[in-house]
Design a binder for this molecule. Structure first.
Ligand SMILES: Nc1ncnc2c1ncn2[C@@H]1O[C@H](COP(=O)(O)OP(=O)(O)O)[C@@H](O)[C@H]1O
Ligand SMILES: [Mg+2]
Length: 264
């Protein structure tokens, strides 16, 4: 069954686009046909993170009734299909967020997962993605203003008939994680479905316009995102480090066998 997840927050800058791009890439890497749509039509960033800033047709044109959906779909690493939004203010003004529903209905016919990167705030373009998804995932930072704004977004989601699956706590430092999870679940009233640490490789990957899960697959943020994707798909989680350790062992074992054989 197709799943549509909207990645939302409340406060800006919590890591929605980072999570959307990398969770999408990871789902595609796990063999799921995955689409990512940049519904942050005012402050579009998905294209920037994936090197699609010059895309000739974007969600802006589609929402303005000026283009065909197929022309706005771009293939990215791991086979993730991306519908970026444009960066021009004029394009934003002409785009009608109500049309998102039609675009979504067209895309869900072709995929396993559709991720929608939502804008911050509670304007109309922010509310539509909360209402149209099967489930909303809140990206929260471990600080009071972010948590309060996420709570507002949870309440707003329910007011417009949507449903919040849970939260991802992003940019976690050395805090006592168990206590933090309990507090977050109590305040937000939803489960914490993932924790992503503060990781300098996030910024490095962004400046090379490549998802961190591709550029630095063994870095802490990549491992955390792989774990969340595994939980969403039901595909067992494999720690890259463990895989390498196991391969190292098997290689050594095979070599040892080979030496013995040749000695006979
Ligand atoms: N886990 C992380 N570790 C370090 N930096 C991060 C992390 N997640 C996001 N960032 C940085 O935070 C900033 C905002 O992230 P972004 O995904 O654009 O947020 P949003 O889409 O919610 O506005 C970016 O500069 C990004 O590189
Ligand atoms: Mg963003």
């Amino acid at each position: 069954m197709v799943k549509v997840y909207t990645i939302a927050s409340g406060k800006g800058g919590t890591g929605k686009t980072t999570v959307s791009v990398n969770l999408g890439t990871m789902l595609a890497q796990l063999g799921k046909e995955t689409f990512l749509m940049d519904a942050d039509i005012g402050m579009a960033n998905v294209g920037l993170l994936l090197g699609l800033q010059d895309a000739p047709v974007t969600l802006h044109e589609i929402l303005a009734g000026k283009g065909k959906i197929n022309d706005a779909i771009y293939e990215c690493p791991a086979g993730l299909k991306v519908i970026p939004a444009g960066i021009s203010l004029q394009g934003f003004q002409q785009a009608d967020p109500e049309k998102l529903r039609d675009v979504m209905n067209e895309i869900v016919k072709r995929c396993d997962f559709l991720l929608i990167d939502a804008p911050a705030g509670i304007s109309k373009d922010g509310i539509v993605p909360l209402a149209v998804a099967d489930e909303v995932i809140l990206v929260v930072n471990p600080e009071l203003s972010s948590i309060v704004d996420a709570l507002k977004t949870r309440i707003l989601t329910e007011l417009v008939g949507g449903h919040v699956l849970g939260s991802i706590i992003n940019r976690v430092g050395q805090d006592k994680t168990d206590v933090m999870i309990k507090k977050m679940e109590k305040v937000l009233g939803v489960k914490v479905i993932g924790i992503i640490p503060e990781d300098p490789n996030v910024r490095r990957a962004a400046s090379s316009r490549t998802p961190i899960v591709i550029k630095f697959p063994t870095s802490p943020a990549s491992k955390a995102i792989r774990r969340i994707a595994s939980d969403l798909t039901g595909v067992a989680y494999k720690d890259e480090g463990d895989v390498q350790k196991k391969e190292g062992f098997i290689e050594r074992f095979t070599k040892a066998l080979f030496v013995k054989k040749s000695e006979i």
